[in-house]
Design a protein around this ligand. Structure first.
Ligand SMILES: *Cc1c(COP(=O)(O)O)cnc(C)c1O
Length: 388
């Protein structure tokens, strides 16, 4: 193969395959051994050392997709986050964390950092000036999440990274919502990119996994800590993830296309009060999203008009399922006020703009016309009910 960079779908299909030289099968064999010979070998292999054949090969695909030198696989997205933070932080350090953030990451920082003597500041907003205001003399790491959950705010990745670099601070980003198909933060200067592979990389709602990509030396730093923390991924799941990722480009492009159309359809519908999607020209950071993303992603949120009950609306949907997670090939919706943000008080939810009528929509690969019809049908049922 020539040295020229492969296209997205070729990387998804082929990079990191294990050649089956014995039987010449078309797909990677799976190596389940936890015990390998140690004499006359280049690598002393053990699954917790992140170096089984399947792990070593699949990280090549992930690194190629993110334009990174190297990557590691973990047992969950949270394992990826905790290993990444703990590898670079120690007692007396301070971390700046974006305010609009995945709930599990917030819980990890609030619950675990104090035990290690690591101080933290959540930003007041997601503008560069909010990050700058939170930096202290002992700040070692800045963590971003964009697009964010559930209101799809967009952070200026390059500006925050430039700020961090001018002060010698490491930058990390949660790239789960965009997926590597729609955003590659390493090209914008970010040091480490993590994904909950449970979401788009897996894509079929049947895998729990996580990954971090970055430079060889940063990945080595995480490895050093990772073999002690022990959060590596089972090779069964590594193999399933490889299979899933062959269609990552196809899936996410189809989902993104559907989301673009549905955002416009919802925006034009007079029963919908507001739509949050970075691909809409009315989104406050639409121009920035256009600059730093390759596509606007397949997650969106919307508010129903006052007087239309969000729970009743969800019950009328036939095709679109209520679900806690996201990013599968199937379309799902959830109410943040009842699920991800249920533990916040009403005042706290109001402060971050999460109303009881807000619905988060993870757009799947189904035919656009069927998704549109499902929503139209549910709205028409509720209109009839409200007239009765
Ligand atoms: C789901 C998710 C995580 C956590 O991943 P798990 O695989 O559930 O541990 C982290 N960040 C974001 C944005 C997520 O959606």
């Amino acid at each position: 193969m020539s040295k020229k960079k492969l296209g997205l779908n070729s990387i998804c299909t082929h990079v990191g395959e294990i050649k089956d030289s014995q039987f010449k099968g078309a797909i990677s064999p799976i190596y389940l051994s936890t015990s390998y010979a140690y004499d006359n070998v280049d690598v002393k292999r053990y699954p917790r050392y992140f170096n089984t054949p399947n792990q070593e090969h699949l990280v090549k695909k992930i690194a190629a997709l993110e334009g990174a030198e190297d990557a590691l696989l973990f047992g969950s997205g949270m394992a990826a986050i905790s290993h990444m933070f703990l590898a670079f932080l120690k007692k007396g350090d301070h971390i700046v964390v974006q305010n609009t953030l995945y709930g599990g990451t917030r819980n990890f920082i609030k619950g675990e950092c104090p035990k290690y003597g690591i101080a933290y500041t959540f930003t007041n907003g997601y503008a560069v000036s909010d990050f700058e205001a939170a930096i202290q003399d002992n700040t070692k790491l800045i963590h971003m999440e964009t697009p964010s959950n559930p209101l799809l705010t967009i952070t200026d990745i390059k500006a925050v990274t430039d700020l961090a670099q001018s002060k010698g601070i490491l930058t990390t980003i949660d790239n789960t919502f965009a997926s590597p198909v729609n955003q590659n933060p390493i090209a914008l200067g970010v040091d480490l990119v993590m994904h909950s592979a449970t979401k788009y990389l897996g894509g079929h709602s049947d895998i729990l996994a996580g990954t971090v990509a970055g430079s060889k030396s940063h990945i080595q730093d995480i490895w050093n800590v990772g073999i002690n923390l022990g959060g590596s991924l089972s090779d069964f799941t590594v193999w399933m993830l490889e299979r899933s990722m062959k269609t990552l480009g196809l899936r996410v492009k189809a989902q993104t296309k559907n989301a673009n159309k549905l955002a416009r359809f919802l925006d034009d519908n007079n029963h919908i009060a507001k739509v949050y999607y970075p691909g809409l020209p009315s989104h406050p950071e639409h121009k920035l999203a256009k600059l730093q993303m390759k596509g606007f992603g397949a997650m969106l949120s919307f508010e129903l008009n006052e007087g239309i009950d969000a729970k009743a609306f969800q019950k009328e949907l036939k095709l679109i399922k209520p679900s806690m997670s996201l990013a599968g090939v199937e379309s799902t919706m959830l109410l943040p006020s009842e699920t991800s943000h249920a533990l916040l008080t009403q005042d706290e939810r109001d402060a971050v703009g999460i109303s009881n009528n807000l619905i988060r929509f993870s757009v799947g690969i189904e035919s656009y016309k069927d998704l549109k019809r499902d929503i139209e049908h549910a709205l028409s049922k509720l209109k009839v009910a409200s007239l009765a």
